[in-house]
Design a protein around this ligand. Structure first.
Ligand SMILES: N[C@@H](CCC[C@H](N)C(=O)O)C(=O)O
Length: 287
């Protein structure tokens, strides 16, 4: 099977995008296809697969599959890429439009023109803070803010936030020495999170600036995570390091994102998206 694809990334968090406005792939193949395209040796190489598809409820829809073939409900860097793609390819009429995700409908606004979108701003909706909805185990449904969390003999303080997908945020003094490699693989599958969790270590620089590193559920270490950056800013505010209504610059391994948790409770994300490869992937679904 020859599958037309576009490779795009947001701050180095890269995905293979398939335009399902033009063709379809059967559901049963999607998970394996994600594993195969993501493989840097035998596939194309990426953090996963994103489908851009027609939607009855929004101007376009997206689905995201991680490197291990699992499906996520939301992807901040992916949404900015989808926004750039649908605008540059004339799939949407105006520069503000809606995108359906498995976590709900978001609104995106692109800057630049049809030949070159240079910035994308997305209303990512309201964070989910109720423990049971994140979802996280525990006796009550209150917020998880700076809660003691012991993992492999490491006593940590956990703040948990969902942006449609779950994030475990740990504040550290020095990002360079954060135990991401050591603890990321075990926290991401920790049974206290029944659906797994994305793991983030965050260093506060000031009330307007933070450093951030991520171990993504289903993909491992990536250069950036858009929903994670949103969750980290919400967590910073919940812990009193920053204030609502103020834009925070998040320094990720792959570059910067600008995040604001507005007074009305909605989270805004601003950043770029890049296209790097357009091609055809030759795939045999039985390996
Ligand atoms: N890289 C993403 C998030 C992708 C999904 C995540 N790994 C999950 O399974 O929840 C982003 O930019 O938000």
């Amino acid at each position: 099977m020859r599958i037309p694809f576009t490779k795009m990334h947001g701050l180095g968090n890269s995905y293979i995008f398939l335009n399902l406005f033009d063709f379809n792939i059967e559901e049963e193949y999607l998970s394996q296809l994600a594993i195969d395209v993501a493989n840097k040796d035998t596939g194309i190489g990426s953090d996963g697969l994103i489908l851009i598809h027609p939607s009855n409820q929004a101007d376009a829809g997206m689905r995201i599959f991680n490197k291990d073939g699992s499906e996520g409900k939301n992807c901040g860097n992916g949404i900015r890429c989808v926004a750039k793609y649908v605008y540059e390819n004339n799939i949407v009429e105006h520069n503000t439009f809606s995108i359906e995700t498995k976590a709900g409908i978001v609104t995106a606004q692109v800057g630049g023109d049809r030949n070159q979108v240079d910035e994308v701003t997305v209303d990512m909706g309201k964070p989910i803070l109720n423990r049971h909805l994140i979802p996280m185990e525990g006796d009550d449904a209150v917020q998880v803010v700076s809660e003691p969390f012991l993992v492999s003999h490491h006593p940590l303080d956990l703040t948990a936030v969902s942006m449609g997908n779950p994030h475990a945020i740990f504040f550290v003094e020095d990002i360079e020495n954060a135990p991401l490699m050591e603890l990321g693989p075990s926290i991401t599958v920790d049974t206290r999170f029944p659906e797994g969790v994305n793991v983030e270590f965050v260093e506060i620089i000031s009330d307007k600036e933070i450093n951030f590193r991520v171990w993504e559920r289903g993909s491992g270490i990536t250069q950036a995570c858009g929903t994670g950056a949103c969750a980290a800013v919400v967590a910073s505010i919940l812990n009193g390091y920053s204030t609502e209504g103020q834009e925070v610059c998040v320094h990720l391994s792959g570059g910067d994102l600008f995040i604001k948790w507005a007074e009305d409770g909605r989270v805004w994300m601003r950043g770029n998206a890049e296209t790097t490869v357009v091609g055809e992937y030759i795939w045999s679904s039985n390996g």
